[in-house]
Design a protein around this ligand. Structure first.
Ligand SMILES: [Zn+2]
Length: 484
């Protein structure tokens, strides 16, 4: 919002998600210069200073949802492959997402942003890219996110070791195919000396940009990185007060690699290095031991649950009920569109609250609708290290707010707003999306950038990538055949 601007959301039902979990019927939200100034009836003297009014009668106001794990580079991959092994899935992803131009990186970001903004998500952690990054890649992705108006933490994804879990030694690849896979240059590890220069430079260029963009160091996966690189991440995060984002124990193969390499679990290894802390947000966190769960709870390390992606790829299921009971902080993500074909947080919430139920007799342990909504708001805010700024509609918080129209079938009648948001809403009722009080979706249409123009360019981009990366597709298809 520009200096001096004051926006009034008039007459909304407001689900605050504040400490007292208050629900207000038919009230106002006053927003001044991007910050929520007041909730309640607006006095006449304040009315005169309002520069814009949104009539929200018949709408529910909710803090914007936070997608704590996604990959913008996979935005072009919905409906991609089915019944693939994890290595085959990962290799086809490499073929689709490698060697992109700055324009192509931007288009994938706009595609993701349009979908998230139109379905109630205002903030996300983008774990980018899938390959060794360059400064030009990082400039392209960050300037694209800046264009969208969303609140983003970019996880600078890197690896300075081998992708041992997707080129498994002795897993059935012929020597020729294993050699062809190893020869592909895109998965050559980053050099630690390069990372020591480039990661601080990306932080310098982009962390704090426009008050909405952040940058976190982000191992692709701890076991694809050297201990020196992991310790460097922790030092960089400490120095600039950043989070650290990573994939963690998504597959059983990764747990086996850790046992062999460290003689301990990955979680215990991070703790042995002295770096496990509340700065870490760990996507998937599936193959954890009881001791790992206890350790994550004690260190306040955040697990980012991705229930749909895990179900789609069949990688396992996070032990959410036990982890909640143990006190592990939990955020929620969709993962990329290659592993879970859309970025709709309402579906992720529904999956988080339902997928474990059939196997858990004690209903008191089930993840409730309120638990799932908390993961998508407060949990995500914690993962972005913005717990005092977003995730609530309360005075002093940033005005990241979505308005849902309550007239549709899934809201008629309004029985229980929280349960309906999680179990009934698909994101289709979103009428307005605001970040920092700026209206990015207005009456259902993205107004922050040219979303329709971006969509029109994506088919041509994907066709061009398929030609450019023909060598990668051929290795990927051979691996999919060998490791069905
Ligand atoms: Zn992921």
């Amino acid at each position: 919002m520009i200096a001096g601007e004051t926006l009034l959301i008039r007459n909304a039902m407001v689900l605050t998600l504040n400490a007292r979990d208050e629900l207000h019927e038919g009230t106002d939200i006053l927003i001044r210069e991007g910050i929520i100034a007041a909730i309640g009836p607006t006095p006449d003297d304040q009315m005169q200073r309002v520069t814009r009014v949104i009539d929200a009668a018949g709408c529910l106001a909710l803090p914007g949802l936070i997608n704590a794990h996604m990959h913008s580079q996979s935005g072009t991959m919905p409906g991609f492959g089915d019944r693939l092994s994890h290595p085959a899935f990962m290799w086809l992803t490499q073929a689709h997402t490698s060697r992109r131009s700055p324009d192509e990186i931007r288009l994938a970001v706009l595609l993701c942003a349009a979908q998230m903004l139109q379905t109630g998500t205002t903030a996300a952690i983008d774990h980018f890219p899938g390959q060794r990054f360059t400064l030009a890649d990082m400039d392209a992705v960050m300037s694209a996110w800046a264009e969208t108006g969303m609140r983003i933490a970019l996880g600078m994804r890197f690896f300075d070791g081998e992708f041992g879990d997707i080129v498994p030694a002795g897993a059935g690849l012929s020597p020729d195919l294993a050699a062809a896979a190893r020869a592909v240059d895109i998965l050559k590890p980053h050099r630690l000396s390069g990372l020591r220069e480039e990661m601080p430079e990306v932080v310098r260029r982009w962390h704090g940009h426009a008050g909405r963009l952040g940058v976190f160091p982000a191992p692709s996966n701890p076991d694809r990185c050297s201990d020196e690189a992991l310790v460097f991440c922790a030092e960089l995060a400490e120095k600039h007060d950043l989070g650290i984002h990573t994939h963690l124990l998504e597959t059983r193969a990764q747990a086996d690699i850790a046992a062999k390499r460290y003689g301990a679990t990955t979680v215990a290894h991070l703790d042995n290095l002295g770096i496990l802390s509340g700065r870490w947000s760990c996507a998937h966190s599936i193959w954890l031991t009881d001791a790992d769960i206890d350790l994550m709870a004690r260190r306040r390390a955040i697990a980012v649950h991705n229930p749909e992606s895990n179900a789609r790829i069949g990688s396992g299921r996070m032990r959410t009920p036990e982890m909640l009971a143990a006190g592990v902080p939990i955020a929620l993500g969709t993962d990329g569109s290659g592993a879970n074909d859309n970025l709709v947080m309402h579906e992720a919430m529904r999956a988080a609250a339902t997928l474990h139920r059939a196997d858990l007799a004690d209903r008191n342990q089930w993840v409730s609708a309120r638990d799932a909504l908390r993961m998508a708001t407060e949990g995500g805010a914690m993962a972005m290290r913005l717990g005092l700024n977003i995730g609530q509609i309360a005075p002093g918080f940033r005005a990241d707010i979505c308005l849902y129209r309550l007239g549709g079938p899934c809201w008629t009648p309004v029985n229980d707003p929280v349960a309906q948001l999680v179990f009934a809403e698909t994101g289709a009722s979103v009428a307005y999306t605001l970040v920092d009080g700026d209206i990015l979706v207005d009456q259902g249409r993205v107004t922050a950038f040219d979303a329709e123009g971006a969509l029109a360019e994506v088919s041509g981009m994907v066709a061009s990538l398929r030609r450019r990366n023909a060598d990668l597709f051929s290795v990927a298809h051979a691996i999919a055949k060998a490791l069905p």
